[in-house]
Design a protein around this ligand. Structure first.
Ligand code: HEM
Length: 452
C-alpha cells in the first residue's frame, strides 16, 4: 500500500493543515456530545472525513476512521506515537505494567513476559479452561436466572488467576470485581466526573484513590505470599519474580499483576457474554454450533487437538468480537508532528483508533449491524483489509494474550453451549457503558435451560 511504504513524516515533508472537525463549545469542546451519545458524535465526526479532530476533557483528539490510516498509526509509523495512559483519567493504575510502559522499559518487559505466552505454555493452560467452565455450568440450576457478564467474569478470572499466578482466587474474586468496576466507572464517558482531575477533592475521587490503594496492597500481599513459598512453579508470577532486580523492579512486578488481572479476564468475559447473548437470539448460527459440537466433541470438553476443527465456533467468536469489541478504542499520543491522511497532527495531541466504529463500516461489511458468523469465509478474510478488523490491536503493541484468549474462548464456549441453552431476558440490542472496556450498561440476564 503506497501510503504505508513510509510516511511523509519520515520524508521530512509536513502538511500545515490540521484535521477538520466539529468545533464544540468553548472550553468544554465536544465533551458533552461524547457524554450524551458517543455513537451520535461519531456519526457526526465521520461526515468530516477519515481523520477528524474533536476535543474532550481539555484534550485534543484526532480520530482515525480508515483502515489504511489505522495501519499507519499502529504499525508503519508506530514509533511516532506513544501510548496515552489516559493522563489523569487513568489515575496512574498499572502505569509500570505492560499495557502502558514505553520504549526500552516496554521492550524489556515484553521480552520477559513473552515466555509465559509461548504456544507450549498456553497449551498447558487448556485443562483448567475446560474444567472450570464445566464446573461453572454445573453450579447453575435448570430454570435459574443469571447475569451472564457476572458469571463469565468469575469464570475467566478463575482461569486467569490459576493459569498465570497459580492462585485459587475464589475468596478474593469480590476484591478484583470491585477494582474492575472502579476502573471502568472512572473511565466511563457517560460519567462526567471522568473528566474531573483526580486532585479535585470530590468524594468520588477520594473513593477511587482509596480503592486503587486497597487493590495495590492486595496485590502486594499476594506477591509476598509467593515469595515466602518455596514450591517450584513455572507460571507468570514465578517468571516475574525470577527477574526481580535483574530487569524488573518491585513496582513493575506489582503493576504487571494489576495489569494482567484486569486485562486478562474482563476482555475475555465480555467476549463470552456477547457471543452467548447473540447466539441466544440467532437460532441458525446456534444450530450450526450444535451440529459442529456433536460431530467433533460428542459432549466432551474440547481437547487441544480438537480446537482447529471448531470452525463454526471460531466464526461465531470472530463475529462477536467484530460487533462488540471488548477493547473498543485505542489511544495514542503523537510524540512529534506527524502526517496523517494529508493533515498535520501536532506533537502531543491524541490519536483515537475506534474498533467499535470501523468494525461496523458498510464499506467492509454487508449488513454491518447483523450478527452473521457465516460472513467469515476464507475468501472474505483474504479480501478484508487487515485493519478493518483488529479486535486484538496491531503492530508491536498487539495483544500479548491473543492466543490465550482465543484458546480460552474456543474451549469455554462449546463446553458451556453443549450443556445449556440461554433464554435471553434482557434487551438483545443493549446499551453500552464505554469505560476501559465495552461493557453492557445493564446486566445481560438469561434463563438457563439445561440440555439433556
Ligand atoms: C477477547 C479478549 C481480548 C481482547 C479483545 C484484547 C484486546 C487487546 C488489544 C486491542 C490490545 C492492544 C492495546 C493497544 O494497542 O493500545 C491488547 C493489549 C494487551 N492485552 Fe489483550 N485482549 C484480550 C485478552 C487478553 C488476555 C487474555 C490477556 C492476558 C492474559 C491480555 C493482555 C494484554 C496485554 C498485557 C496487552 C498489552 C500488550 C503490550 O502493549 O505489549 N489480553 N489487548
Amino acid at each position: 500500500m503506497a501510503e504505508t511504504q513510509g510516511s511523509s513524516t519520515e520524508r521530512g515533508e509536513q502538511p500545515s493543515e490540521t484535521p477538520p472537525g466539529p468545533g464544540g463549545l468553548p472550553l468544554l469542546g465536544n465533551t458533552l456530545d461524547l457524554y450524551r451519545d458517543p455513537w451520535a458524535l461519531y456519526e457526526e465526526l465521520e461526515s468530516y472525513g477519515d481523520v477528524v479532530h474533536y476535543t474532550a476533557g481539555g484534550n485534543d483528539f484526532n480520530v482515525v476512521l480508515d483502515p489504511t490510516l489505522v495501519e499507519q498509526v499502529l504499525l508503519t509509523d508506530h514509533d511516532a506515537y506513544g501510548k496515552w495512559a489516559l493522563g489523569d483519567v487513568g489515575g496512574g493504575i498499572g502505569s509500570e505494567g505492560l499495557v502502558l510502559t514505553e520504549g526500552e522499559q516496554w521492550q524489556r518487559q515484553r521480552r520477559v513476559i513473552q515466555d509465559a505466552f509461548t504456544m507450549d505454555r498456553i497449551r498447558a493452560y487448556g485443562d483448567a479452561m475446560g474444567q472450570y467452565a464445566a464446573e461453572a455450568v454445573e453450579a447453575w440450576d435448570d430454570g435459574e436466572e443469571i447475569a451472564l457478564n457476572e458469571a463469565f467474569s468469575r469464570l475467566t478470572l478463575r482461569i486467569l488467576a490459576h493459569s498465570l499466578f497459580d492462585l485459587d482466587i475464589d475468596a478474593e474474586a469480590g476484591t478484583v470485581a470491585e477494582f474492575t468496576r472502579t476502573v471502568n466507572d472512572r473511565m466511563d464517558v457517560d460519567n462526567l466526573t471522568a473528566f474531573v482531575p483526580l486532585w479535585v477533592p470530590l468524594p468520588r475521587n477520594r473513593r477511587f484513590k482509596r480503592r486503587v490503594a486497597a487493590f495495590e496492597s492486595f496485590v502486594e500481599e499476594l506477591i509476598e505470599q509467593r515469595r515466602a513459598d518455596a514450591t517450584e512453579r513455572d507460571d507468570l508470577l514465578s517468571l516475574l519474580l525470577a527477574h526481580e532486580g535483574d530487569g524488573l523492579t518491585e513496582t513493575e512486578i506489582r503493576d504487571q499483576m494489576t495489569t494482567f488481572l484486569f486485562a486478562g479476564h474482563e476482555t475475555t468475559s465480555l467476549a463470552l457474554t456477547y457471543a452467548c447473548m447473540a447466539l441466544a437470539t440467532h437460532p441458525g448460527p446456534r444450530e450450526r454450533l450444535n451440529r459442529e459440537h456433536e460431530r467433533v466433541l460428542d459432549g466432551g470438553i474440547p481437547s487441544l487437538a480438537q480446537l482447529p476443527q471448531l470452525e463454526a465456533t471460531e466464526r461465531a467468536i470472530k463475529e462477536a468480537l467484530r460487533l462488540y469489541p471488548p477493547v473498543y478504542v485505542l489511544f495514542r499520543e503523537a510524540n512529534r508532528d506527524v502526517e496523517l491522511g494529508g493533515y498535520r497532527v501536532p506533537s502531543g495531541q491524541k490519536v483515537t483508533v475506534p474498533q467499535f466504529w470501523i468494525h461496523r463500516k458498510e464499506a467492509f461489511y454487508d449488513d454491518p449491524d447483523e450478527f452473521d458468523p457465516s460472513r467469515w469465509t476464507d475468501g472474505f478474510e483474504d479480501e478484508l483489509h487487515d485493519y478493518a478488523y483488529f479486535p486484538f490491536g496491531g503492530g508491536p503493541r498487539h495483544c500479548i494474550g491473543m492466543r490465550f484468549a482465543m484458546q480460552e474462548l474456543k474451549t469455554v464456549l462449546p463446553t458451556v453451549l453443549q450443556r445449556v441453552d440461554f433464554e435471553l431476558l434482557s434487551d438483545p440490542d443493549p446499551d453500552f457503558s464505554m469505560g476501559a472496556t465495552l461493557r453492557p450498561a445493564e446486566d445481560v440476564r438469561v434463563r438457563v435451560r439445561k440440555r439433556d
